[in-house]
Design a protein around this ligand. Structure first.
Ligand code: NDP
Length: 330
């Protein structure tokens, strides 16, 4: 079977040559294992961090070993009491067309084919990130103003809608006019700033948020966050979810750079990792599913066809090539 390994640790922005395709023979299936066929592969910004050396909250990928990420797969053969041939499972699995996995860390997915990929997005890691980050840290109240950076991505698209459900006014920041229109027309955003063309982002936010910003859901960090922070209200809350604008930096500027603002306005800024909320996942999935079924929460995915496209799809996240969740279909 074909697999994709980390060939080199990137220096700055990753390139396709940091990945290598290999043909491997799979071992014989042992008791407690399943043979899987990968169907849908999730590419996520945090994977960039795993390409670096050194400890983070997830261990780094090993050089010359398969990249690993969220994968939806079908069971081809089973020596496990937990799964049978034909079952669909979700797990953190190697970027391999077929793979052998222990049955221990696999989750069985019961779903119609149409909504299978939801388990990588709206009902999976990114949907839960939006839900818990906003509800536990942002805590938007009716009438408040919520700003979301990375608004057209997998997390951001969900954050804005949940803030709307709670009666907030929602302003997004995204990287193209097409994304801005999509967010306004399909996903209920009140207004959206295209950070690539708007010029002075701080002024653009001030214009669209005459009452100031009460909640900032930060997916990107850097200069966009500097601009939002300068518009924060007293007792504003920042849910520090991601810093994608810095993931490829070789030298990260020290920050936050707007401390006086955070201090004098009594701002709460809290980072989080979605696994902090693991014990509450069933509640989160139930709530997200309910909103999806009621038509209150919509979603979109960018599905790239072909296992071979995995590295390019991952790099595409850093060029804004996706709307909603970026997924590769093998
Ligand atoms: P997205 O679907 O949002 O994809 C990434 C998007 O980021 C791109 O489409 C692009 O959109 C934008 N982007 C890329 N580079 C830059 C840049 N330099 N400046 C501004 N925007 C940029 O990814 P996710 O929704 O999966 O993740 C969003 C954020 O949330 C990431 O930072 C991720 O690391 C974080 N995250 C955190 C989790 C946690 O547990 N704390 C869990 C999951 C995600 P555009 O066209 O707008 O530039």
């Amino acid at each position: 079977t074909k697999q994709i390994v980390l060939a080199a640790r990137p220096n700055g922005t990753p390139i396709l040559n940091d990945f290598r395709f290999e043909d491997i023979e799979l071992d014989e299936l042992q008791q407690g294992e399943v043979l899987l066929q990968g169907m849908y592969y999730s590419v996520d910004p945090y994977m960039r961090g795993r390409m670096n050396e050194g400890k983070s909250y997830v261990p780094p990928f090993e050089l010359n070993k398969a990249i690993e990420g969220g994968v939806l797969a079908t069971v081809l053969e089973s020596k496990s009491d937990l799964f049978k041939t034909g079952d669909v499972v979700l797990g953190s699995l190697p970027w391999s067309e077929k793979m052998i996995a222990s049955d221990k860390n696999l989750q069985k997915i019961e779903s119609t084919v149409e909504s299978l990929t939801y388990y990588l997005g709206i009902l999976g890691m990114t949907g839960l990130t939006a839900y818990f980050g906003l509800m536990h840290i942002g805590k938007p109240k009716a009438g408040e103003t919520v700003v979301v950076s990375g608004a057209a991505g997998a997390v951001g698209i969900v954050v804005g809608q949940i803030a709307k459900i709670h009666g907030a006014r929602v302003i997004g920041i995204a990287g193209s006019d097409e994304k801005a229109s999509l967010l306004k027309q399909e996903f209920g955003y009140d207004d959206v700033i295209n950070y690539k063309t708007t010029g002075n982002i701080k002024n653009a936010i001030a214009n669209l948020c005459p009452n100031g910003v009460d909640v900032y859901f930060d997916n990107v960090g850097g200069e966009i966050s500097d601009a939002v922070i300068q518009n924060l209200n007293f007792h504003a809350r920042i849910a520090l979810c991601g810093q994608i604008s810095l993931y490829n930096s070789t030298k990260i500027p020290l920050g936050p750079r707007i401390q006086p603002m955070l201090l004098t306005r009594s701002v709460l800024m809290q980072g989080f990792i979605i696994s902090n909320f693991q014990k509450d996942f069933p509640e989160g999935i139930a709530q997200l599913s309910k909103w999806v079924n009621e038509g209150k929460l919509k979603f979109t995915e960018t599905i790239i066809e072909g296992f071979d496209q995995l590295p390019a799809a991952l790099l595409g996240l850093f060029k804004g090539e996706n709307k909603g969740k970026m997924i590769v279909k093998a």
